[in-house]
Design a protein around this ligand. Structure first.
Ligand code: AMP
Ligand code: MG
Length: 405
């Protein structure tokens, strides 16, 4: 019995192992999931400093019309000035440490210096144009939790806190095996009846996109001995993805060979279209994804089932892409009975609302439709018709976004 889309995904996520941690230089951590919680061990900013080029003053001295002699100059990175004397001003540059006792900065553009003194012509409020120590981050603040995707913003604050290295989960090494007697390598002289192996390339690109490492095993022919050799090699990696040879055809031997290796098959067949014959199992505690061979099915099942699994293995907290509501600009028909993974085109209407339509012919033979798809709609099993104007759930495709995945 095929299991449901959601059950299949849950079963996978319930079974994939978590990879080990490693310590890497800060930049190597970018784009990966943080392995440890980060608690600030210092304040940011570290010291009170000026947010503008101007004059540091004591606010109480700044009654309108008063004149303050300019008694010194502070540049960013310079030694901190002594305590400011009452009724004086100190020239100060952005980022320079505020003198003791000063509690506001008057920007150059708000006053004029004449004969080494400034005249107060605008109201000055305590704290104007000052960055107080600790106003951004206080020691002890819980800043970033384990599992967070490290974007440039996270790297920025981690650098300020002087984390030259970070603990992250290892990148998964993912073996990719194409299977089929008809398959040809990209550079080979064409033979009649040959189908170019595009899946190894597509899957490798997809694996790389999420920060894992593809290990291309090449093509296994549809015979037991070739499959055994290549699958054994694939089991050296952290996970194995096979494509094709997993249906019920005469030469569909992938599952048989996996059984020989004592794979615990956790399901075969999902109630979806495309991607129906997808299988998943654990072999020597390593996840093995057997995807259908049709290039459209291969990538769609990777997206929905393998991608979340690999992200989870690599310690990411958010592994499923968020669902967005989009309004259908056309009606959609499907056969009831299976959940349809539909390739969809997304756009915005004049109010900026998200709109969705089919990206084109959904026949799995038409790979080209994927070129026009920015997202995926998951159309419920029991439904057969979706009316224009209806809101449906979609998720984006492609590299991860600030929204998560
Ligand atoms: P199968 O699952 O073995 O029945 O394959 C389904 C379809 O996908 C067949 O038309 C295959 O030729 C095609 N196919 C299988 N593997 C690949 C591959 N690596 N690259 C491109 N097409 C493939
Ligand atoms: Mg085949």
């Amino acid at each position: 019995m095929p299991i449901s889309f959601y059950e299949a995904r849950q079963r996978i996520l319930d079974h994939v192992p978590l990879l080990d941690m490693e310590k890497v230089p800060l930049l190597d951590a970018a784009g990966r999931a943080l392995g440890q919680d980060i608690v600030a061990d210092q304040a940011l900013p570290i010291f009170n400093n000026s947010a503008m080029d101007g004059y540091a003053v004591r606010t109480e001295d700044c009654t309108l019309g008063s004149s303050l002699p300019v008694v010194g100059q502070l540049i960013a990175g310079g030694k901190p000035h002594d305590t400011i004397q009452p009724a004086t001003a100190v020239r100060i540059m952005t980022g320079a440490a505020l003198p003791q006792g000063a509690d506001s900065v008057i920007p150059f553009e708000n006053c004029r210096e004449e004969d080494s003194a400034i005249t107060i012509t605008q109201t000055v409020k305590k704290g104007d144009h000052i960055r107080w120590a600790g106003e951004d981050v206080r020691p002890g603040d819980k800043l970033i939790s384990a599992g967070t995707l490290l974007r440039p913003s996270e790297i920025s604050i981690l650098a300020s806190l002087r984390h030259a290295t970070l603990n992250v989960r290892r990148r998964a090494r993912v073996a990719i095996l194409a299977t089929g007697d008809e398959l040809q390598d990209i550079n080979e002289l064409y033979f009649e009846g040959g189908i170019i192996n595009s899946n190894s390339w597509a899957l490798s690109a997809a694996v790389k996109e999420l920060g894992a490492i593809p290990v291309i095993l090449g093509i296994a022919r549809d015979n037991l001995s070739d499959l055994r050799t290549k699958i054994r090699e694939g089991l050296q990696a952290d996970a194995l993805i096979t494509s094709a040879g997993v249906s019920a055809g005469d030469r569909d031997l992938v599952r048989e060979v996996l059984r020989e290796f004592d794979t615990q098959e956790l399901f075969w067949k999902i109630n979806i279209k495309p991607g129906h014959p997808t299988a998943f199992g654990l072999c020597q505690n390593k996840p093995v994804f057997s995807l259908p061979g049709n290039p459209v099915s291969t990538l769609l099942t990777f997206e929905e089932f393998v991608r979340p699994a690999l992200l989870q293995m690599m310690g990411h907290r958010t592994v499923l892409r968020p669902l967005l509501k989009a309004t259908l600009t056309e009606s959609l028909k499907k056969k009831p009975g299976r959940l349809q993974i539909m390739r969809v085109a997304l756009s915005f209407d004049q109010q900026g609302e998200l709109q969705v339509a089919s990206a084109g012919d959904q026949n799995t033979g038409i790979v080209r439709t994927s070129l026009h798809a920015q997202g995926i709609a998951l159309l419920a099993e029991e439904r057969d018709f979706f009316v224009a104007g209806e809101k449906i759930d979609v998720h984006l495709l492609g590299p991860s976004t600030a929204l998560g995945y």
